[in-house]
Design a protein around this ligand. Structure first.
Ligand code: ATP
Ligand code: MG
Length: 187
């Protein structure tokens, strides 16, 4: 079995921006397990553990959906938390730019994967890049205060493919490896 998800990978210059923000937050707070900067991504679908034989059908379904989309541009926007109020569990950077094609792509992928036996998420899709996960909430007020002081530069990138990743869980944080890249149409 492989633990698998489909995500937007990010170019190095954006990862650098995110790494810098993460570093500023990490310097003044504790109790957060930070995502490895090389692993920053935007998840579109989490499959969980699947038999490896199922991957080709998922890739074909994604290829069919993605060929209907032309590359589009996304922009980093602002720090946020899940849940929105109260003790945060997840610290993330949000997105702006051409969100309509992104949301439409997620809807169509969700439908395609549902037909293959992967039920859609119950929660609405909220595109975000996770920077860290709070493990000890005792300094969460401080974390919110620090985040409020940070301005995220509007780093732009062109989304022209999605990536199937394998995730291997480790106590120090998950390690991701690329299983398959799927291009958008005319990418
Ligand atoms: P860790 O679980 O050790 O904190 P991680 O969350 O980065 O690390 P995974 O749990 O393998 O690693 O998750 C891979 C991606 O899928 C992440 O973006 C994660 O947020 C997302 N994800 C994980 N579980 C779910 C889930 N049940 N529903 C939706 N997305 C999920
Ligand atoms: Mg996880």
């Amino acid at each position: 079995m492989i633990r698998c998800f489909l995500a937007v990978s990010l170019p190095e210059d954006l990862k650098e921006i995110l790494r810098e923000i993460q570093g500023r937050l990490a310097a003044e707070t504790s109790g957060v397990r930070w995502v490895r900067p090389e692993g920053f991504h935007l998840t579109l679908k989490f499959f969980g553990n699947i038999p490896e034989e199922k991957l080709p059908a998922l890739v074909r379904a994604a290829e069919r959906v993605l060929q209907e989309f032309r590359p589009f541009e996304l922009v980093l926007e602002g720090l946020g938390f899940f849940p929105e109020s109260g003790p945060p569990r997840v610290v993330w950077v949000g997105l702006s730019g051409e969100l309509e094609p992104l949301l439409e792509m997620e809807r169509r992928l969700s439908r395609a994967f549902a037909k293959l036996g992967f039920p859609p998420e119950k929660r609405p899709f909220h595109p975000h890049i996770t920077l860290g996960r709070v493990k000890d909430g005792r300094r969460s007020r401080e974390l919110r205060a620090r985040a409020a002081e940070i301005r995220v530069p509007p780093g732009r990138f062109r989304l022209d493919h999605l990536t199937f990743y394998q995730s291997k869980l480790h106590p120090e944080g998950a390690l991701y490896s690329v299983l398959k890249e799927v291009p958008l149409g005319n990418a």
